[in-house]
Design a binder for this molecule. Structure first.
Ligand code: C2E
Ligand code: CA
Ligand code: CA
Length: 907
């Protein structure tokens, strides 16, 4: 970890985990809670203060007013009551006024006609009313008529009324009604009694009075006493005069509440004192306060509850956001510092993608100074011709949709030098959450990109190598197989294929060297490329083997024509380092147009045609025909049959006797295989051996032949006609087969020597140490080793020396012509000479005539084998021959003949 990174991490740790910070944050949040509590207390205090203020306000400002109101209300009530009383009085007065002039009452007063008292009903009616009584008095004041309960104590008043009215009458002055109305303060019931006194006149003289008394049900001043304290409900009736007097002798700060009762000269008075009124005011204050206390409790409680939400909660949020802001400001400052110190180029653009800030690393990377970069569009500033347009489009799309994006692209430095960057762009949003800037971080990945590109190139090259021939650049076997499979195998239309195989190419290599060979191959591949059509393709599928797949629609004829053109092109002299090289080519053409084969079989078919071309003298073009097809089919069938033949042991041995050149006695027999084909009869090796070789089935057939040959030899020995030697043809690989020895042990062979014929070609082949070891072991165990077909190709004397065989068999192709060719004779003589000098017995094969026998005997061959003596024979025929000629051990002379059936050990 670099120190810068460590520092950064340390800071980050302090930022996130410092205990002091946590405490501060906690205290701030606690502040919020305290604020909430304080708020509640403040509201409560406000509530109490409000109640007190309202209380005092009401007490001091509203109370006098309330007192006044109270007074007025009481006064009003008094007035109402007074009116009520007045009305009742008026009612009574009204009722009795019309009795004033009633004659019956006057007559009654005058003393007559008592009976005809008309006003009786009216008066009775009056008396019937509650608290109303009446009386009629004569001029002396004697009651004439008196209703129950009416008291005479008022007679004085009545008389004064009579006097009064009489005087008035005399003076002819109308007296107001008020004069007729008097109040009597009754002692006995304490009530105010109203007296209405009506003078009853006759001929201008007042003869008596009608008095109607009404009880007003109010205490009189006299009854309550003016000195005694008034009770709440003390309404009294007093004369207006009395009322005037009260104000003087009673110490009252305010005048008593009163109301005049009409024109009666009396007033209804309430002598309530000031204290009482103040108490009433206080009650009012109390009830106002009661309403205020409860009425204000609801809104204040609401304030406590909601005020916290509205005031303290936002404060808490504010405190928290301030805290966050402080933190993020610190972070931003740190980030800015990091960005400035960063080795990666960092730039910030505005909404319109103009660079508004970049760090020093940006200048280092791009070569642009701050004043050159600010305000510029980064894309226009840094991108250039090699910048991938698709990548740029992806960047633009991401920016347009405010997505973060990361891409690798080519940028250009100020000096025009291109470089690769890994660029990541992220949108930045402002406080409102709307993206208003972009930050782009880029790091130079040129080295990585170059390495990647080198890797990619290497990979492509490897891939090309894997699929192409390094020398000619043509597709190789692998890719041809793939192409054929993919292009042709799946094509429904007919296609044509040409196989090309150079003739004698090996000779070019051998005589002019591999460089020349390569040169020739290039020449051929150039010819191929020049001659083929655009839709064709050519590939090299082996050392000197090529294949051309013609494009769709091209016929077999086109294939053959192409082969012909190629033939002449390839045949042209190729000069390499001053030496002229010449090669020819064989062509096999196959087409699927006649429906004989499918597209998938084309390569095999072209191969078969090529094989035919090679077989028929090379430098030819052979078209795959129905005949070839039949041959191929035959071969296919043959291969199946060989396998079946092995399984059924259809392979049998024949024996061709070998005779001593001098005595012409039988020295041994070569075992030659035959196939007893169930349908085609006896087949010779040339009919099946090549196929069996190709199928690698020869060793299996050899084993069969080996067993049967040994069995026959054992049988002949058993019947006393044993062969001195029995020879088997074996391949070099079989020599190493341990079965050779073990199988021989199974048969009871004592006097017959087992010999193995190994082809001369083995001598020149690289022999494995195991091969030689095996040969030695075989020889140690008494087996003979003979070299077959000596002189057929190599005649390697060195090989012969190394193998040191017991015998060498001169190829029949050298033997047969000796009659006519002196040259061949000389050759054979030389070979015999070599054999002699190495102490190797010499056998001549293909001894067809007596003449051959004579010459070969003269040339010094030891053993003779050929049709002149016998064709390959079955066991019975062989036994006949042995019996006829007798046997002799190889290497023994004719002077020492062995009678038939008597073999001797060579040991
Ligand atoms: P080879 O080993 O050279 O066998 C001699 C061939 O020459 C035999 O042909 C034989 O029939 C033929 N021959 C013998 N005398 C004369 C003659 O006077 N004139 C002419 N023109 N031919 C003569 P065959 O039996 O057809 O065998 C052909 C080849 O097949 C053999 O050539 C040998 O290479 C191979 N062969 C035969 N039998 C076996 C076998 O059991 N195992 C193996 N691996 N190869 C075998
Ligand atoms: Ca042989
Ligand atoms: Ca031979």
């Amino acid at each position: 970890m670099t120190s810068a990174v460590a520092d950064r991490r340390g800071r980050a740790a302090r930022r996130s985990g410092g205990p002091a910070r946590i405490a501060a944050a906690r205290s701030r949040l606690a502040d919020g809670k305290i604020l909430g509590k304080r708020f509640t207390w403040v509201v409560l205090a406000g509530y109490i203060a409000a109640i007190i203020v309202v209380g005092f306000g009401v007490r001091f400002s509203a109370q006098p007013f309330l007192d006044q109101m109270q007074r007025e209300a009481m006064t009003e009530r008094a007035a109402a009551r007074a009116r009520e009383i007045d009305a009742r009085i008026a009612e009574v007065v009204e009722t009795i006024l019309h009795l004033k002039s009633d004659e019956s009452i006057s007559r009654l007063v005058l003393g007559f006609d008592r009976v005809t008292y008309k006003a009786e009903d009216v008066l009775a009616e009056l008396d019937g009313q509650k608290h109303v009584r009446h009386a009629i008095l004569d001029y002396k004041g004697t009651p004439i008529l008196r209703s129950p309960g009416f008291m005479l104590r008022e007679s004085k008043a009545a008389f004064s009324a009579i006097e009064f009215y009489s005087a008035a009458r005399l003076l002819s002055v109308e007296r107001p009604l008020a004069e007729a109305v008097r109040l009597r303060m009754s002692d006995d019931d304490g009530m105010a009694h109203l007296l209405v006194v009506l003078p009853i006149a006759s001929r201008g003289l007042v003869e008596g009075v009608l008095i109607v008394e009404r009880v007003i049900e109010l205490p009189t001043v006299a009854s309550v006493g003016l000195t005694a304290p008034f009770s709440d409900s003390d309404w009294v009736v007093m004369s207006n005069f009395q009322l005037g007097m009260i104000g003087q002798w009673r110490d009252l700060s305010t005048s008593p509440i009163h109301a005049r009762i009409g024109d009666t000269g009396y007033s209804l008075v309430r002598l309530a004192n000031h204290e009482e009124i103040a108490t009433l005011g206080w009650d009012l204050v109390q009830s106002v306060l009661f309403v205020v206390v409860w009425g204000m409790a609801v809104p204040f409680l609401g304030m406590v509850v909601f005020g916290r939400g509205v005031i303290s909660k936002p404060y808490e949020a504010l405190a928290a956001s301030r805290q966050k802001l402080a933190r993020s400001q610190k972070e931003v400052a740190e980030l800015a510092q990091i960005a400035t110190m960063s080795h990666e180029a960092i730039l910030v653009t505005d909404r319109d993608q103009r660079i508004i800030w970049h760090n020093p690393a940006f200048s280092v990377l791009t070569g642009y100074a701050e004043e050159e970069a600010l305000g510029r569009h980064p894309g226009r500033l840094l991108q250039g011709p090699d910048t991938d347009e698709e990548t740029v489009a992806r960047l633009r799309a991401a920016i347009a949709s405010a997505r973060p994006v990361r891409e690798e692209l080519v940028n250009y430095r100020r000096d025009g030098k291109p470089y690769w960057v890994s660029l990541s762009i992220s949108p930045l949003s402002g406080e409102d959450g709307v993206v208003d800037r972009y930050v782009a971080i880029s790091s130079d990945v040129t080295h990585k990109k170059l390495a990647e590109r080198r890797l990619e190139d290497a990979r492509r090259q490897t891939e090309h190598h894997a699929l192409h021939d390094a020398l000619t650049g043509l597709p190789n076997r692998r890719s041809v197989d793939g192409l054929l499979e993919a292009e042709i195998g799946s094509d429904d239309g007919a296609r044509t294929l040409v196989r090309v195989d150079l003739d004698h190419f090996k000779a070019v290599n051998d005589t002019h060297g591999h460089a020349a060979g390569d040169h020739v191959l290039k020449h051929v591949s150039d010819a191929l490329c020049a001659e083929i059509h655009e839709t064709d393709f050519a590939g090299r599928i082996g050392g000197d083997e090529f294949v051309i797949a013609l494009g769709p629609g091209r016929s077999a004829e086109d294939g053959v024509a192409l082969a012909e053109r190629l033939q002449s092109a390839i045949r042209r002299d190729v000069v390499f380092e001053g030496k002229t090289c010449r090669v020819g080519a064989s062509f096999g053409v196959a087409s699927s147009e006649d429906g004989l084969i499918s597209n998938r079989q084309l390569l095999v078919a072209a191969d078969a045609a090529l094989y035919e071309a090679k077989e028929h003298g090379r430098s030819q073009t052979v078209l795959y025909t129905p005949e070839i097809h039949a041959g191929v089919q035959d071969k296919r069938r043959l291969s199946v049959e060989i396998e079946r033949g092995i399984e059924n042991e259809e392979f049998v041995p024949l024996f061709q006797p070998q005779v001593d050149a001098v005595t012409e006695r039988v020295v041994g027999a070569e075992v030659l295989m035959r196939w007893q084909h169930p349908e085609r009869g006896v087949l010779t090796p040339d009919q099946f051996l090549p196929m069996a070789t190709r199928l690698a089935l020869v060793p299996e057939i050899d084993r069969i032949i080996y067993r049967q040959g040994l069995r026959a030899a054992a049988e002949m020995e058993r019947i006393g006609q044993g062969l001195p030697k029995i020879s088997f043809n074996v391949g070099s690989a079989q020599i190493e087969d341990p079965v050779l020895i073990s199988v021989a042990d199974l048969y009871d062979i004592e006097s017959t020597t087992v010999a193995f014929e190994i082809l001369e070609s083995v001598l020149v082949e690289e022999q494995s140490s195991n091969f030689r070891l095996q040969v030695d072991r075989l020889r140690d165990r008494g087996y003979r080793i003979e070299v077959d077909d000596f002189g057929s190709g190599h005649a390697s004397v060195v090989g012969l020396m190394q193998l040191n065989p017991d015998a060498m068999k001169i190829d029949q192709r050298l033997i047969i012509p000796i009659i006519s060719s002196a040259k061949t004779r000389d050759l054979v003589r030389h070979i015999v000479g070599i054999g002699r000098s190495f102490g190797i017995s010499v056998t001549a094969e293909g001894v067809e005539t007596a003449e051959h026998a004579v010459i070969l005997r003269e040339l010094g061959c030891n053993t003779l084998q050929g049709f002149h003596y016998a064709r390959p024979l079955n066991v019975v025929e062989l036994l006949d021959m042995v019996e006829e000629r007798g046997t002799i051990r190889p290497g023994q002379t004719g002077d020492d003949p062995l009678p038939a059936g008597h073999s001797e050990s060579t040991a």
